[in-house]
Ligand binder design. Structure first.
Ligand code: ADP
Ligand code: MG
Length: 706
């Protein structure tokens, strides 16, 4: 629809056009019905299309001169109501704006001021709902006359004189005082929100821009931070004022006319019938999940299992609501722990761009809301409390890639448990109590405390995160940078080739001295199997499928779970895995079935899950041959703990007259207790370092507190 700016109406024309519209389209009857239910109903919502179909000129005029047109529409609407409804005040709220009224926040310019625009975004902040004076009643202190002053804007407007027309004494504000009568005055509810551009609309790395919106009356109090909304409204300028007085610079804000909600994440990605055909076609091919894994960050060499797990994370398991109302998350949480320089950040950033609704953030985010959410009292709220959404709330129904997760704030640390399990966050502070949704998968990365990961130490002791939090990850991958000449060669060659491909892309043709065919081959090496756009379509299509476990899959998972549990039955052994891992198997298998666009979770899906969980458990929990889940959370495994106790006992039991335990004797005795020499020496060293024993003289140890 082309907007012709030439349309002009005088007040009468405008009123008569609206009158015709209301009468001819049945909207008058609609308004009367609403008026009967006033004040429960306070808005007439009208689709733009409705107006456009009846009177395209009026519709364009409305977009160009919204303040005037809406006011006229409201006046006409009220005049058409039956006389006994004269007190009714309905809002005329416009929704369903056409595409050409849609503007990205970053594209808002001065030409949009005063126009009707449609902004799509993510709600970041919302203040409490608070009343605002609209009709202030004052009493003249000299003659007691009551005066009404309509209020607009933020500053209170007082009467200038006690007007004689209104039956007053005629004194000006210099010779009388005007006293505000709060009980006589009337108010409306107001709320301020801040929306930011949706992450999927952003070009890589760009910071999302933000816009303030102002809501009044019946549409207040419904928006929560984290909501995806379309705000229709009038863009207005807000003069800045500084210490030197009023400025010629303006801030912009949106006077919101109506709010539309985005329900489903997959609404955002348009999939055509041709796309579906291609998706189905690819899905039928040999091991599609692996192909998708190969499309994740192809310039990063290796990490095959990790990338396969990332692919499953993109699909996620099935979220369930049981008959008793219990919710079970389907989202898969993955943690990468590892030495610096192993491409963790690269992988995270790639995933955040690939995943629909993905975001990339750091644990030590600078905003008050951090990763979770916060209630703050800042300039934005103008004295009101504001609820601000953190990264995980903004990533609702997406993947939150959180780098340096171990560096999160204490506030986040305590809120993370709730987020990772029940996927909500409750904020209760001052006037604000709210529950925000954070149904996102977390892909976290953390560096070991000591810089590098040490095999012999427990994970819990090496990463600054509470065990209970660690146990909520479905998968924890340890990445280690151990020199290994054949692997090093492959990585180096991959990185170097990738660089050459990147260089070649800047040139028109391959210069002499380098083989064109070699570079072409190298280019295939770092090319994703599927491009990002297709993958996003594939993912959002696959997520509509809710696969169900087959008997086969149940039996396989059960068997594996029991097999590992059984390892824990041996005397002295500790708990191998817990029911949490069982859920991880289920989620991963479901995701695998989704990835294949299959409605059944079958043997191959269960096997994939077992292979991936097995990979992580082996790396993490392997100690001798016993899987020991205590290694994940605690800072010592059951075995180590009992070995340390044994060594301590040995030292303690040496009679005093010996003057301490000689290292040779300790090693001998430890051997009899099935602790090998290397370990025994290590334990002694560690105990001496931590001060539990001390070296009485060279090679002779005593218990410190004896
Ligand atoms: P981290 O976050 O783990 O400290 P980065 O993501 O910053 O590491 O990666 C460091 C650099 O090393 C990146 O430029 C990355 O491309 C490169 N790199 C590391 N490992 C690999 C690999 N396996 N394949 C390709 N490049 C790699
Ligand atoms: Mg990093």
């Amino acid at each position: 629809m082309a907007i012709s700016p030439s349309i002009h109406y005088n007040d009468e024309d405008l009123a008569s056009r609206w009158r015709e519209f209301f009468e001819d389209t049945g909207m008058r009857g609609h308004a009367i019905l609403l008026a009967d239910r006033y004040p429960e109903e306070r808005s007439l919502r009208i689709d733009f299309q409705h107006i456009n179909a009846y009177d395209p000129d009026l519709a364009s005029y409305l977009l160009e001169n919204p303040a005037k047109a809406v006011k006229a529409a409201e006046n006409v609407m009220h005049s058409l109501l039956p006389a006994e409804r004269s007190q009714v005040r309905l809002h005329f709220r416009l929704q369903g704006l056409p595409l050409d009224a849609r503007v990205e926040i970053r594209d808002l310019r001065s030409k949009h001021l005063g126009k009707m625009v449609c902004i799509e975004g993510l709600v970041r902040k919302a203040t409490e709902v608070r009343p605002r004076l609209v009709d202030a009643v004052f009493r003249c202190a000299r003659c007691d006359t009551e005066l009404h002053v309509k209020q607009e804007g933020v500053l209170l407007k007082e009467p200038l004189e006690c007007s004689r027309d209104g039956g007053g004494c005629g004194r000006t504000s210099g010779s009388t005082k005007f006293i505000l009568l709060p009980e006589e005055s009337s108010y409306e509810d107001t709320q301020k929100v801040e929306v930011q551009e949706s992450p999927e609309g952003l070009r890589g790395g760009a910071q999302p821009e933000r816009l303030e919106g102002f809501l009044i009356d019946d549409i207040t109090g419904r928006i929560s931070p984290g909501d995806r909304v379309i705000l229709n409204g009038i863009l207005t300028g807000n003069q800045r004022s500084g210490p030197q007085g009023k400025s010629t610079l303006f801030n912009i804000m949106l006077q919101v006319s109506s709010v539309e909600y985005r329900e489903h994440e997959y609404d955002e990605i348009k999939i055509t019938p041709e796309d579906i055909e291609k998706i189905r076609d690819e899905a039928s091919k040999e091991d599609i999940v692996k192909e998708i894994a190969h499309s994740i960050s192809p310039t990063i060499y290796g990490f095959d299992i990790e990338k396969e797990a990332f692919a499953l994370q993109l699909f996620s398991g099935v979220s369930k609501v049981m008959q008793d109302g219990t919710k079970i998350r389907g989202d898969i949480h993955i943690l990468l722990v590892g030495d610096p320089g192993l491409a963790k950040s690269q992988l995270l950033s790639y995933m955040s761009q690939l995943a629909p609704r993905g975001i990339y953030t750091s644990g030590k985010s600078s905003s008050a809301a951090g990763l979770t959410a916060a209630a703050v009292k800042d300039e934005f709220g103008e004295g009101r409390w504001t609820l601000e959404a953190g990264a995980l709330v903004l990533a609702d129904k997406g993947i939150a890639c959180v780098d340096e997760l171990d560096k999160m704030s204490d506030n986040d640390r305590s809120a993370m448990h709730q987020i990772m399990e029940s996927q909500i966050i409750t904020v209760a502070k001052a006037g604000i109590t709210a529950t925000l949704q954070a149904r996102c998968s977390i892909l976290g990365a953390a560096n070991p405390i000591y810089g590098r990961f040490q095999n012999e130490q427990m994970l819990g002791a090496q990463i600054d995160m509470p065990p209970a939090l660690l146990s909520r990850f479905d998968l924890i991958f340890i990445l280690q940078d151990k020199p290994n000449s054949s692997r090093d060669r492959s990585i180096a060659s991959h990185i170097l080739k990738a660089h050459r491909v990147g260089e070649r892309r800047k040139l028109e043709k391959t210069p002499e001295g380098v083989e064109e065919s070699t570079v072409a081959e190298e280019s295939r090496l770092v090319e994703p199997v599927f491009d990002r756009e297709f993958l996003r379509k594939y993912i959002s299509y696959a997520k509509r499928i809710n696969p169900i476990l087959t008997d086969d899959a149940i039996a396989i998972i059960m068997e594996e779970y029991l097999r590992i549990r059984k390892l824990g039955e041996e005397p002295g052994a500790s708990m191998p895995i817990t029911a949490r891992q069982l859920e991880a198997y289920v989620r991963l298998s479901e995701a695998s079935a989704r990835g294949r666009l299959n409605e059944l979770v079958e043997r191959q899906d269960a096997e994939r899950a077992i292979r991936i969980v097995g990979h992580y458990l082996q790396k993490l929990a392997r100690e001798g041959d016993v899987l020991d889940i205590d290694r994940i959370g605690g800072d010592m495994s059951h075995n180590q703990r009992s070995h340390i106790a044994t060594v301590l006992d040995i030292i303690r039991n040496v009679p005093d007259e010996f003057g301490g335990a000689a290292i040779g004797d300790i090693v001998e005795k430890a051997k009899k207790m099935k602790i090998d020499e290397v370990e025994a020496r290590k334990i002694v060293e560690k105990l001496a370092r931590t001060g539990e024993i001390y070296e009485q003289k060279a090679g002779v140890y005593k218990i410190a507190n004896k």
